[in-house]
Design a protein around this ligand. Sequence first.
Ligand SMILES: Cc1cc2nc3c(=O)[nH]c(=O)nc-3n(C[C@H](O)[C@H](O)[C@H](O)COP(=O)(O)OP(=O)(O)OC[C@H]3O[C@@H](n4cnc5c(N)ncnc54)[C@H](O)[C@@H]3O)c2cc1C
Length: 377
Amino acid sequence: MNIDIIGAGIGGLTTAIALEQKGIKTRIFEQAEQIKPVGAGIILANNAMQVYEKLGLRKEIEENGNPISSMNITKPNLNPLSKIDLTYFEQKHKTKNIAIHRGTLQQILIEKLKSTEINLDHKLTSIVENTNGYFLKFLNGEQIQSSTVLGADGLNSIVRQNIFPNNSIRNANQICWRGITECELPIKFRNELNEAWGKSERFGFVQIAENKIYWYALKSFKKNSNEFSINNLEQYFGDYSSIIKDIIKSTKKEHINTAEISDLKPTNIWFKENVCLIGDSAHATTPNMGQGACQAIEDAFVLSECLHKYEITKAFSEYQKLRLPKAHQVVRASWLVGKMAHLKNPILIGLRNQMLRLTPTSVNRKQNEQIFQLAEI
Ligand SMILES: Cc1cc2nc3c(=O)[nH]c(=O)nc-3n(C[C@H](O)[C@H](O)[C@H](O)COP(=O)(O)OP(=O)(O)OC[C@H]3O[C@@H](n4cnc5c(N)ncnc54)[C@H](O)[C@@H]3O)c2cc1C
C-alpha cells in the first residue's frame, strides 16, 4: 500500500511516522520551500503525549520541552479563578503535558522519519480522479499518479475543497498575537499554563524551555482585525499583572505572529473513496482548549492502526467512526470557551467568574478525563 500525504504540519508528519512504523510506504508533499518553524510554542496535552509514547518519541519531546502540571484561568492580575491539576492524569496515563517550541517539535518529527520522502515546494492545486486512482497537480508544474491520498493540509485544505466543496470556515472574530521571549518567570509559574481573562480579551503564557516563555494574546474585534495594532499591545494589556506586561515588553515586535482565529464548522464525512482528511483539514478547532494539534496527533495514531488492520474503505470508515465524535466535541466546546472567555458585559463577567470559582475539581477532571482518553482500537 502506498499513501500520499498532502501537508507536512504536525498532523502530516505524525501520520507519516505512524504509517512508517506499520510498514506502510508514504510520500509527503508540502507547499513550503523550506519547513520553517513558526515562532510560537505549543502544548502537547496528555492525549498527544500518550500517542508519542507509542511512537517512541515521548522521552525526546519531554527532554526538549517543559512539563506543565496545572492549567489555570485567572483574573488579569493573575489571581486564580479555576485550576486544573494535571498530576492526576500524569499518574493515570504515565505521561506528562509538555509545552515545547513548535520548531523543536517539527525537527524531532522530521528526524524520526526514515523512508518517507518529503517533497517541498509542492503546493497541491487539484485532484482529478482517473481509472488508476488520482492525478495530483502541483503549482510547480509536477503531476503525479496516486492511489490513496491523505489531506493533512490544514484549515484551508485544498484536498477538502476538492472532495467536499461546501464545508464552511467560521471566523471567531478574534485576533491572536503569539510570541516567544527570553525571560525568567517566578518559580511558581514555571510548570503552569496561566490564562488571564479580561473583558473581550485574554493573555496566556507558559514556559517552554529554560528561560523561554511562549505567550499568546487575543482580542475580540467587531468588523475586522485592523481595529487593533501590534504597536498598542502594551496598552491593551496595560491593566494586567506586571509579569504579563514584562513579557510583552521583552518580546521583539518582528517576532510576533498575528492571525485571526477560525475553525471549520463540524462536518459528518471525512473521506470519499480513497481520499481522507486528517487534522485541521477535517476538524480545525479554535485554539481555546489547546487541542487542535493533539487531535491531529490522535488522528495519526488511529488512522495508522486502521490502515494496518483493514482494507482502505473499512479503514477510513472505522477511523471516522472512532475519531469524529471526540474531535467534534472539542470543536464545539472550544468555540463555547472562546465566547465565554471574551464576554464584555461586567455582570456576565462577574457571573462567569463566580461559576469558574465554584466549579468543583471533580467536574473539571471529568471533562478532561474524556479528552485525555485515547480511542480503543
Ligand atoms: C493561536 C493558536 C494556538 C494553538 N495552540 C495549540 C496548542 O497549544 N495545542 C494544540 O494541540 N493545538 C494548538 N493549536 C492548533 C494547532 O496549531 C493545529 O491544530 C495544528 O497545527 C494542525 O495541524 P495540521 O497538521 O492538521 O495542520 P497545519 O499545521 O495547518 O499543517 C498543514 C500543512 O499543510 C501545508 N499545506 C497547506 N496547503 C497545502 C497544499 N495545497 N499543498 C501542499 N501543502 C499544503 C501547510 O504548509 C502546512 O505545512 C493552536 C492554533 C492556534 C491558531
